[in-house]
Write a protein of this length. Structure first.
Length: 266
């Protein structure tokens, strides 16, 4: 990364004109310290922090031809990898798993010491949100993970698909009383397993559900200097909020016209 514009001093004079190291990116995107939740019945894993990482074109497209890669960049993927390396769990919707050909998160030597010091395993778990569990359980996401892939579903999920998922080595977690997943319950179920540093990579439908439920703490949004036109999805879909929710700008990084923004719930 070449430039960091802190919100306290957003001027080019304050920028760093060099590529950031992975350690510096890890510090820039570090999760906030979260103390144990003192409320009765609270998760023993402590307070969770859910951040989203998404990319958008200048005209608001979250993808082109059904995939995010055409509007991404090498720097965007560098931050993508950093955010994954800091997380306990990556939450992703089943549609995105199918469209993007999701693979398990890998261990990265550059982050090994940092993860060990934080009490984390070698790589984050992938948690797939799916009501139907209509997934390819022969895919590497299920056959080659360093840690078992998690499936977040509802209590009414098809029993035969649950059994097939478990035979494939996935862990099925119930996070809803019906066929679907309740966002707040999903966050809580993961936190109860000690997975409190949470990252979602969408897609737009899942992010929209998380926003509507009021459980998103932070948005890391890459603004791509591209125009796509067409009718691609925005980064968040679904019903609109009755009142728009305003987030506070935390930082901006820039490289070759890409803006890497970070917003937090006030």
């Amino acid at each position: 990364m070449r430039r960091l514009f802190p919100v306290t001093d957003p001027t080019p004079a304050a920028a760093e004109h060099r590529e950031w190291s992975l350690d510096e990116l890890a510090e820039a995107y570090a999760y906030p310290d979260r103390q144990p939740d003192p409320r009765p019945g609270a998760s023993p894993g402590g307070l969770s922090w859910l951040r989203a990482n998404m990319v958008s074109s200048l005209d608001g497209a979250a993808q082109h031809d059904g995939r995010s890669e055409p509007i991404s960049s090498a720097a965007d993927m560098r931050i993508f990898g950093t955010l994954r390396a800091l997380a306990d769990v990556v939450i992703v919707g089943a549609e995105t798993v199918r469209a993007e050909g999701y693979r398990p998160a890998r261990a990265r030597e550059a982050f090994a010491a940092r993860r060990a010091a934080a009490g984390q395993g070698p790589a984050p778990a992938i948690a797939v949100v799916s009501a139907s569990l209509a997934l390819d359980f022969s895919a590497p996401l299920f056959t080659q993970p360093l840690v078992p892939t998690l499936l977040l579903t509802g209590a009414a999920a098809p029993p035969e698909r649950v059994r097939e998922a478990e035979r494939a080595g996935a862990e099925v977690l119930v996070a809803g009383d019906g066929p679907g997943v309740e966002p707040a319950r999903a966050v809580r179920v993961l936190a109860e397993r000690g997975l409190t540093r949470q990252l979602t990579e969408g897609g737009p439908r899942l992010l929209g559900q998380l926003v509507a439920a009021g459980v998103l703490d932070e948005l890391c949004l890459t603004v791509s200097p591209t125009l796509t036109a067409g009718n691609a999805q925005r980064i968040a879909g679904g019903p609109s909020l009755a009142v728009p929710e305003r987030f506070a700008l935390d930082s901006i990084l820039e490289e070759e016209g890409f803006l890497f923004t970070r917003y937090r719930r006030p």
